[in-house]
Design a protein around this ligand. Structure first.
Ligand SMILES: [Zn+2]
Length: 216
């Protein structure tokens, strides 16, 4: 996918559909990278070519921007390139598929319905509690249980509880209207919980492992 008009099927970050995306524009930029050798402390300079792709989804007509560098494999696979726009978050490694699927559903409606988003992001939280074996009569108690079992610290439990509460309020009344910024807050809170529970522990294992091997 390097010529305008080229197409590729991948999951659109806007509408979440596995669909045809058309390359609108492609450009390459030279960049000088400075790498320091950790053992000798010598500095090496590399000229790296970075690529930027603008694509348009055939289903929702929204535009996305991706980047990759010349040390990436050819041919470019946009779905594995780094997404610059839209800035919606992608759940990292180690997150159970059941949660990832629900989060995708929530993201699909984010632009069109704050109410639906608040209810669906609350469901993601319910799934996390289930996955972590949290006990309690309702979601409030289950979140407290996550805190008691030290699966999440107090601040994250408070953040999770806000997701629970706004999802409830949305479902049972119209006194509190969520706006775009509220949705971003809920999204950020959810990602923070996910990072703490799933992503960071996995990253920690990986980097510890690499350090151990390097020092052997
Ligand atoms: Zn789309």
């Amino acid at each position: 996918m390097t010529e305008p008009g080229d197409t590729e099927v991948f999951k659109c970050p806007h509408c979440g559909n596995e669909t045809v995306n058309v390359l609108i524009s492609f450009t390459a930029v030279d960049e000088m990278l400075e790498l320091v050798d950790s053992r000798t402390h010598e500095i090496d300079n590399f000229l790296v070519e970075s690529y930027f792709f603008i694509t348009k989804c055939k289903t929702c007509n929204q535009v996305s921007v991706f980047t990759s560098a010349d040390f990436d494999e050819m041919p470019y696979n946009l779905s594995s390139s780094f997404q610059i726009w839209p800035k919606n978050k992608v759940l990292g490694d180690g997150v159970p598929k059941s949660i990832e699927d629900r989060y995708d559903e929530a993201n699909k409606v984010k632009k069109v319905s704050p109410l639906a988003f608040s209810i669906l992001i609350r469901r993601c939280l319910e799934q996390l509690c289930k996955d972590k074996g949290a006990t309690g009569k309702n979601l409030k108690e289950k979140i407290e249980d996550l805190g008691k079992k030290k699966i999440i610290p107090e601040t994250l439990a408070d953040m999770a509880d806000i997701i629970r509460e706004t999802g409830n309020t949305g479902a049972h009344g119209d006194k509190f209207k969520l706006n775009k910024f509220d949705m971003d807050v809920l999204d950020d809170f959810f990602i923070a919980v996910i990072e703490y529970v799933y992503v960071a522990p996995q990253r920690l294992v990986k980097i510890k492992d690499r350090l151990k091997k390097a020092l052997q």
